[in-house]
Design a protein around this ligand. Structure first.
Ligand code: ZN
Ligand code: ZN
Length: 263
C-alpha cells in the first residue's frame, strides 16, 4: 500500500484569495462555511515503506506538514518551478535536520535550473555538521523515465502546462497530474490502468494553462480510474456545487484528505 496525503488542493492564489469586503478573504463562488473550501497551494506527500516523498514545496508547506502531521520527509520531487510549487523551499532546512542529511531534489533540468537561480544557496556544497540553510542535491530526471526515489519506483511523464511544461508522476496504482492543460498519448499510456488519480482541475470554464472541469471529465472518461480526486482548484469550485456535478468515481479533493492506494 502507499499512503497519499493531499497537503494542499488550491490554485496558485489559494482559497480564499487575499481580499474580500472586510479583508478576511475573497471566496469567489465558494461557501466560506464549508471548511473543505479552504485550500492551500497544491502539494502532496507519498509514503511507502517508511519513506516519504514530498511533491513540491509551495508557500504553505510549513503549515501543511504541521496540519497533516508529517513527521519527516525523505526526498522532494518538483513538478515545475512556478511560485505556488516552490516558495516554501527554505523550510527544507528543518526537514534536513529531521533526517540529518541533505535531501535529493528531483526535477527536470529546466526546473532545477530555475530553482538554482532563485535558491542557489540550497544547492551549494554542504559541510557538516548542521543545517542552517536548506541542503538539496539536484537529481535531474526526464519525462519517460522510471526513477527510484527512496525505494519508490516513480514513472514520470510530460504535461503541457500552457507556457511551460510540468511533470506528471505515477507510483504503482497512484498518479498525480497537477498543472496540466493537455495530456498527450504518452501520458495516457503511462496512466493506463491506474487505480487512483489526483488531477488538477482549476475552474469551471476553459483556461490557457490549467485543465478545467469538462476537460478533466473527458480525461476521466478515457482513463476510467476507480477513483479520481480533483485538486489545484480555484475560487469558483465550491465543494458542494462541484460534488453534485461529478459522476460516480470522481470526487472533490480537500486539504488533509488521505488516500490509501494498492501498489
Ligand atoms: Zn500551480
Ligand atoms: Zn504551474
Amino acid at each position: 500500500m502507499i499512503k497519499v496525503t493531499l497537503l494542499g488542493t488550491g490554485g496558485s492564489a489559494g482559497v480564499p484569495m487575499l481580499g474580500g469586503a472586510d479583508g478576511s478573504g475573497d471566496w469567489g463562488e465558494c461557501d466560506p462555511a464549508e471548511p473543505r473550501n479552504r485550500r492551500t497551494r497544491a502539494s502532496i506527500v507519498i509514503e511507502q515503506d517508511g519513506e516519504a516523498l514530498l511533491i513540491d514545496t509551495g508557500p504553505d508547506m510549513r503549515e501543511q506538514l504541521l496540519a497533516c502531521r508529517v513527521r519527516k520527509v525523505d526526498a522532494v520531487l518538483y513538478t515545475h518551478a512556478h511560485a505556488d510549487h516552490i516558495l516554501g523551499l527554505d523550510d527544507i532546512r528543518i526537514l534536513n535536520r529531521l533526517v540529518d542529511r541533505p535531501l535529493e531534489a528531483f526535477g527536470t533540468p529546466q526546473t532545477l535550473a530555475e530553482l538554482d537561480m532563485r535558491f542557489g544557496y540550497a544547492f551549494a556544497p554542504w559541510h557538516p555538521p548542521g543545517f542552517f540553510r536548506p541542503v538539496l542535491m539536484a537529481r535531474p530526471v526526464e519525462p519517460g523515465q522510471t526513477v527510484d526515489m527512496r525505494g519508490m519506483s516513480v514513472q514520470l511523464f510530460d504535461q503541457d502546462h500552457g507556457f511551460t511544461r510540468s511533470l506528471g508522476l505515477r507510483v504503482g496504482g497512484f498518479a498525480y497530474s497537477t498543472d496540466a492543460v493537455d495530456l498527450d498519448d504518452a501520458a495516457f499510456a503511462t496512466l493506463a490502468g491506474i487505480d487512483t488519480w489526483v488531477v488538477g482541475c482549476f475552474q469551471r470554464h476553459a483556461h490557457r494553462t490549467h485543465a478545467w472541469l469538462p476537460r478533466v471529465l473527458t480525461w476521466v472518461d478515457r482513463l476510467r480510474p476507480r477513483r479520481t480526486v480533483l485538486t489545484h482548484m480555484g475560487p469558483d469550485m465550491d465543494f458542494a456545487w462541484l460534488g453534485n456535478k461529478l459522476p460516480a468515481g470522481v470526487e472533490v479533493g480537500y486539504d488533509g484528505l488521505v488516500l490509501d492506494v494498492a501498489t
